[in-house]
Write a protein that binds this ligand. Structure first.
Ligand code: 5GP
Ligand code: MN
Length: 339
């Protein structure tokens, strides 16, 4: 569905009050939460009744955003979420490209009678699942897409600081504070306009990046000094964190966010992998520089996907098997990784 058709449909939704549920992907990040909060605030200005649902808990460093305390968490408030889904006129899917990425929510999403509306920037959206679709894989973040929607439908709301802070949080976190996915002038134009309209960008940055617990910073240090292996022959660095490692630093959701980016700062390292032992599966996080597509790697071998330079996946293996598996996969990509 092209952009102008989507805009028409979106404007139609705004015309009269509806019951709307905004959902985000499992293990939500700053873009997921920021996009949902900004869109929810915008829709409420337009007399829509909006509920935000996250499949599971979001990181503490996002909890200061206005409205975050009203987000329903499915794995803690299933009954209430199901009730909202049942009466919804539309269910939005923000910052994810396929129903399975909604984790524990997916069963309920598949049973819905109302239309699913996608707004997302990940590769290969699951086209058949969505009645309305706004997908653009060249945009920095879903928050930037929400920015565009607001700019085109009710530009005055870009002055609304609740909206502006949430949008900036999404754009900033999904670009690694403007270090990647930033080769479009539009991203900077969007931020410039938010700042012209009164956004305190430094405040948002500090709330998100200068609020670590001591344990979180020590876990980062430990990950790099004790748990990073460098495979120079594959231009790859791998950090492995077991459950014991996480317990040692009193792991809280969000504490491993960003760790995977650090190994890319090594000269000649083209890919960084973070392997984390979770209670029921192994989580893989991939980052790359240049042309090596971690989306393809994650899709082909790790039951996942994402973007060319940032992707994730999950496998049901033991921690040791997971590390061995990755080491077996790397040689197949040796030429690509070294080119
Ligand atoms: P992260 O490593 O930060 O968890 O994820 C990196 C990027 O890949 C994010 O944009 C995230 O939404 C996406 N991603 C993470 N895991 C998966 C997955 O299992 N499937 C797909 N399609 N995308 C993922
Ligand atoms: Mn995103």
């Amino acid at each position: 569905m092209n952009r102008s058709l989507f805009l028409d449909a979106f404007l139609k939704i705004l015309e009269i009050p509806h019951k709307l549920v905004l959902t985000i992907h499992t293990n939500p990040d700053g873009d997921a939460v920021g996009s949902a909060l900004a869109l929810a605030a915008f829709l409420r200005v337009h007399n829509q009744e909006v509920t935000i649902v996250s499949p599971n808990k979001f990181p503490e460093f996002l909890s200061w955003l206005k409205g975050a305390d009203h987000i329903l968490i499915f794995d803690q408030q299933a009954k209430e979420v199901k009730a909202r889904l049942q009466t919804a006129d539309y269910v939005f899917c923000l910052d994810y490209n396929g129903v399975s990425r909604s984790g524990a929510l997916q069963e309920d999403l598949l049973k819905l009678n109302c239309p699913l509306v996608l707004i997302d920037h990940h590769r290969e959206p699951e086209t058949d699942s969505f009645k309305l679709m706004y997908s653009n894989i060249s945009v920095s973040s879903t928050a930037e897409m929400i920015y565009e929607l607001i700019a085109e439908t009710d530009v005055e709301q870009l002055k609304n600081q609740e909206i502006a802070e949430a949008l900036f949080a999404g754009i900033m976190t999904d670009t690694g504070s403007f270090s990647h996915s930033i080769n479009r002038a539009e991203t900077f134009n969007a931020v410039a306009r938010l700042i012209e309209n009164g956004l305190d960008a430094v405040h948002v940055h500090q709330q998100i990046y200068d609020t670590f617990s001591e344990n979180r910073l020590r876990l980062l240090g430990y990950s790099i000094s004790n748990r990073m292996q460098v495979f120079n022959e594959f231009s790859t660095a791998v950090i492995t964190l077991s459950k014991d490692d996480l317990n040692r630093f009193n792991f809280q959701i969000g504490d491993t966010e960003g760790i995977v980016n650090y190994p890319l700062s090594i000269h000649n390292i083209m890919m960084s992998v973070l392997i984390t032992e979770k209670s029921d599966q192994i989580r893989f996080s991939f980052r790359s520089k240049g042309n090596f597509s971690v989306h393809e790697l994650a899709k082909n071998h790790f039951n996942g996907g994402g973007h060319n330079n940032a992707a994730g996946g999950n496998l049901k293996l033991s921690f040791k098997e997971a590390i061995d598996y990755l080491i077996k996969v790397l040689p197949f990509y040796k030429n690509q990784l070294n080119s």
